[in-house]
Write a protein that binds this ligand. Structure first.
Ligand code: GLA
Length: 518
């Protein structure tokens, strides 16, 4: 603010003194007001979590009159302020960032009260605002780390793991941030007592929110929810099961916890020392530092790091199917790769994902699987008929079977669905070929997966809202002549078929899942 205190000149001294006083007073007022609303500085909102870690947001602001520039970091997202409006008492700032091919945006109302920044934001316009308070922190705190150079691409040798699609459990769908040591132990117990282990389920995978801070040597630690990761791994192993963990190539995970950025080899060594058998590696915080085109090099870094540990660790890539990951996933050491965004426990989410996978069939092979995300069976958002459709599709897709429900508390129907050995056998078929859609008539679809020894798994699906009569013509499935044996995998019985076709009725949102011997 340019305020001239020696600005008196002219004819009438009195008037001039009066005017001069006015100008100077308003000058003082503006100076005082500007000082009061000077937002320039680095501000942080710290929200302590019960696991001993903190969730952070940073506002690095520069105020120039009524214009605010700078950056906003909300957990793993770093936004540049692209617009500010309002002032001088209260501003609205908008931050934007590139995320692959799309843009992300945040908007905050910002007000300086005393030495606190009062913030208010909404995820969507119709949402209630979320308020928070930021305090001044030293410059540089919370700043985006420098971009580390990426290695040249090479092929990471296949680790000989996941010869069939991984089977097990993952904490995210049901527990999100509520997973802890006790839950994992009890899930391991339930995996055995429910018969799931005997049916082939093996991996107990801890998803996001286990991470603590790094120690003085940069080693990742687990937070209060997981007092001793090695002891937990020992426990899970003592049950004949394996333990999986989660991290990100970025500085932060999706839930805003510590990622492996710049610590890839160190973290891989820590995971191996703990006895970890499976790593899900989630792009999340890496999006601020690298482009999608750089994903292969970023993922290769951890692929190499895992190989270097000498411990067999299944490597699961989670970058939501961007950059046609199925084309390069195996080269960076991946055993499986997510092909889509997150599943949710709803019919439309599950079917949009599941029925959208047909074109990816050529990219699955022994040790290298398309991953349409974890199961929602038993989580309550779909009917048991719909959950059968879910598991039948995942069996045909040779998809990982990672249960996402609370195994300690399963209805008999949930157990029947997850434990159906003949359905699991389709999923685990040694030929390692993914199935695909062979016909679609309105809401009815027939999907076929070729199995070892010439058998076929045939899913007759009805996505419609009323039950439907469907005729399966064997010739349409590539079968010449008559079929030898047809087994209904959910009814668990052989069905009699004569001639060249089979007429059946499929319930709304249901499936008739057959195993056909040629
Ligand atoms: C992403 C992943 C999910 C889960 C969460 C955890 O959204 O796609 O599967 O791992 O992160 O924060």
């Amino acid at each position: 603010m340019n305020t001239n205190y020696s600005c008196f000149f002219g004819k009438s001294v009195q008037t001039l003194i009066f005017l001069g006083a006015l100008v100077c007073l308003s000058g003082f007022a503006i100076v005082a007001q500007t000082t009061a609303t000077n937002l320039t500085g680095n501000w942080a909102v710290k929200v302590p979590r019960t696991d001993g870690t903190n969730q952070w947001a940073y506002f690095n602001l520069k105020q120039d009159g009524l214009k605010i520039t700078g950056s906003i970091r909300v957990t793993q997202f770093y936004y540049t302020i692209s617009e500010s409006t309002g002032g001088p008492e209260s501003f609205t700032v908008t931050g934007t960032m590139k995320d692959g091919k799309s843009d992300r945006m945040v908007r905050y109302e910002v007000k300086l009260v005393g030495d606190e920044l009062r913030l208010s934001t909404r995820r969507r316009l119709e949402d209630k605002p979320t308020d928070s308070v930021a305090k001044r922190v030293p410059d540089g705190e919370g700043a985006m780390p420098g971009r580390l150079p990426l290695p040249a691409l090479h092929n990471v040798p296949y680790n000989r793991l996941a010869k069939t699609p991984p089977m097990g459990w993952n904490s995210w769908n049901k527990f999100k941030g509520r997973v802890d040591d006790q839950v994992v132990r009890e899930i391991a117990d339930a995996m055995v007592s429910s018969g799931m282990k005997d049916a082939g389920y093996q991996y107990i995978n801890i998803d996001d929110t286990w991470e603590g801070e790094r120690d003085a040597k940069g080693n990742i630690t687990s937070n209060k929810k997981f007092p001793d990761m090695k002891a937990l791994a020992d426990y899970v192993h003592s049950k004949g099961l394996k333990l999986g963990i989660y991290s990100s190539p970025g500085p932060n995970t999706c839930a805003g916890y510590e990622g492996s950025y710049g610590h890839e080899e160190q973290d891989a060594r820590t995971f191996a020392a703990w006895g970890i058998d499976y790593l899900k590696y989630d792009w999340c915080g890496a999006r601020n530092l690298y482009t999608d085109e750089e994903m292969p090099a970023v993922y290769q870094k951890m692929g190499d790091a895992l190989a270097k540990t000498g411990r067999p660790i299944v490597y699961s890539l989670c970058q939501y199917g961007r950059l046609d990951v199925w084309k390069w996933g195996p080269d960076v050491g991946g055993n499986l790769w997510r092909t889509t965004g997150d599943i949710s426990d709803r019919w439309d989410s599950m079917t949009r994902i599941g029925f959208g996978q047909s074109d990816l069939a050529p990219f699955a092979s022994t040790g290298h699987w398309n991953d349409p995300d974890m199961l929602e069976v038993g989580n309550g958002g779909m009917t048991d008929t719909e959950y059968k459709t879910h598991v039948s599709l995942w069996a045909i897709l040779a998809a990982p079977l990672l249960a996402g429900n609370d195994l300690r508390d399963m209805t008999p129907a949930t157990k029947d669905i997850l434990l159906n050995r003949e359905v699991v056998a389709v999923n685990q078929d040694k030929a390692g070929k993914q199935g695909k859609r062979v016909s679609q008539t309105g809401d009815q679809e027939i999907w076929v997966r070729p199995l070892a020894a010439g058998d076929l798994a045939v899913g007759v699906f009805n996505r419609g809202t009323a039950s439907a009569d469907v005729t399966v013509r064997w010739a349409d499935l590539g079968i010449k002549g008559s079929v030898k044996q047809v087994r209904d995998l959910w009814e668990k019985k052989d069905v009699k078929v004569n001639g060249s076709e089979y007429k059946l009725t499929v319930p709304s949102h249901g499936v008739v899942f057959l195993r056909v011997g040629k």
